[in-house]
Structures are given as C-alpha cells and as structure tokens.
Write a protein that binds this ligand. Structure first.
Ligand code: GEK
Length: 240
C-alpha cells in the first residue's frame, strides 16, 4: 500500500471544498503530520491515556478514525482482553486504508463506515474525537457530545482534539501566523498553504477553546482539562 507526499494543492487553480477522497487518503499520513503540529505526540499519548483509562469489559470508540492512527495507538495501550475497540469514519477511501493498517494492530478493531452522528455509543470507557468534531456543523456538535456523555461509564473519558480559533482577533492572528510558519518549515509553499486554507474554509470551522470547555461542562462532563496545545491545535481530556 503506497502512501506518498502531499502535493495536492501545489498547482494554482479553482479550489473546491476539501473532501476525504482517495487522493487525500493516499497522502494522509504525510499531510496530517506536516499540517498539525504535535500530531505524533498526541497519537503517542492516546496510547498512554488508553493504558490509564480503559476499563475492563467496556467499549472504546475512535470517531472519525481516518487511517486509524489513534485506533492503533488505543489497540497498543489497551490493557484488557475483553474490551471492544470501534473505529468509525464516513469516508470509504479512508476506511479502506485504515482496515489495511489495522492488520498490524495489537488487538482487533471493528471498523464501521458511518456518520459519527449515527453511531450508538454505549458502555464506553473512552471515546476519541481526534480532529473530527471540527468538521461537523456547529449545531450538531452539542448533540454528539451529549450522546457521548450519555454513553460513558462512570470514570470514562473523552479525548477531544481540535483546531481552535483564538479568543480575540489578535490571538487568532498570532496562532494562524505561527501555524503557517510551521507549515512553511514543513516544506509547504505559500500557494499550497493558501489553497488548502481556501479548501477548508467552509468545511472545517474552528471555535475558541472557551466554547469547547463550556460546552463540555454544559453537556455534563465533570471536568474538561487541556492536556496538549501547540499553536491553534489543542487536545482536551473530559471526564464523566
Ligand atoms: C487521526 N482521527 O488520524 N462522520 C464520520 N467521519 C467523519 C465525519 C462524520 N460526520 N466528518 C468527518 N469525518 C484521525 C484524524 S481527520 C482530521 C481525523 C483532519 C472524518 C473524515 O472522513 C476524516 O477521516 C476525519 O473525520 C477527520 O487521529 O483531516 O484534519
């Protein structure tokens, strides 16, 4: 299975909305690691968080699994034999590659091709939304989080990683500037950066961290703590 370098936006031209198709699936590992500062560290820590929080006899969900990097980390960290690991994505091209990657997984992973909004979440000790909630229309975010909260066992956790907006226009401008400098350092050109930005504009809608934390508390999480941040990329652990 060949996976290549991300050059999807290096030609000038009309830019349509970003979609998770076969072209994106083919370059996805390169794309996400050169676009999300700290991505490898977050995946690594998901293994650790799984080791700490997975409870025997429960389910673990990776919602918006893409090629299954977080699912594989969860499979590696999972200390119990009687848990069920469920990975969900609605993009067939992504899921197809995820299933191939999962042949190396340390535990079985059940893949489901579905919208995350339609998945039944029950008896879960851990749910991962690693850069997925940002792709849902803002009105649907609260409903999904309510369903996740209702499906968690006592002591269960949600790992929510998101691209965020700044709390003020000044903070937002700084975070965007730093992110673009990171992308340049990773070898993306100005054209690639601006065309990718245009492609994501209507598809990925970041919200400020305060909105995420307040919403998590509103839907009934006891705590919502930021455990990772690099520029405009954060990961929160929310406890039931
Ligand atoms: C990782 N978690 O590597 N239902 C199901 N899947 C969806 C939906 C939806 N409504 N909307 C988007 N997706 C991964 C990275 S990528 C993040 C997640 C990024 C899926 C979409 O098909 C894609 O695979 C994933 O969410 C988002 O840890 O590309 O910035």
């Amino acid at each position: 299975m060949s996976e290549g370098r991300d050059r999807l936006f290096d030609r000038p031209g009309p830019v349509g909305d970003f979609v998770f198709d076969a072209e994106v699936a083919r370059v996805f590992p390169d794309m996400i690691s050169r676009s999300v500062p700290g991505y490898a560290a977050i995946i690594n820590m998901i293994e650790l968080l799984t080791r700490m929080h997975a409870q025997a006899g429960t389910r673990l969900y990776d919602l918006g699994c893409s090629l299954g990097a977080a699912s594989l980390a969860m499979a590696k960290g999972l200390p119990h034999d009687d848990c069920t690991l469920i990975a969900v994505d609605n993009a067939p091209a992504m899921l197809e590659r995820a299933q191939q990657h999962a042949q190396q997984a340390e535990r079985p992973i059940e893949f489901r091709e579905s919208d995350v909004r339609k998945i039944v979440i029950e008896r879960a000790s851990m749910v991962v939304l690693n850069f997925t909630l940002q792709f849902l229309p803002p009105d649907d975010r609260v409903t999904l989080l309510q369903r996740i909260r209702a499906g968690l066992v006592p002591g269960g956790i949600l790992i929510l990683s998101e691209k965020i907006a700044g709390e003020t226009p000044e903070e937002d401008a700084l975070l965007v500037e730093l992110h673009h400098a990171f992308k340049r350092q990773q070898g993306y050109s100005e054209l690639e950066i601006s065309q990718k930005r245009a492609a994501l504009e209507r598809v990925l809608r970041p919200e400020p961290l305060s909105i995420h934390r307040n919403r998590l508390q509103r839907v009934g999480f006891d705590r919502a703590d930021t455990w990772f941040q690099c520029f405009n990329f954060v990961s929160i652990v929310a406890r039931a």
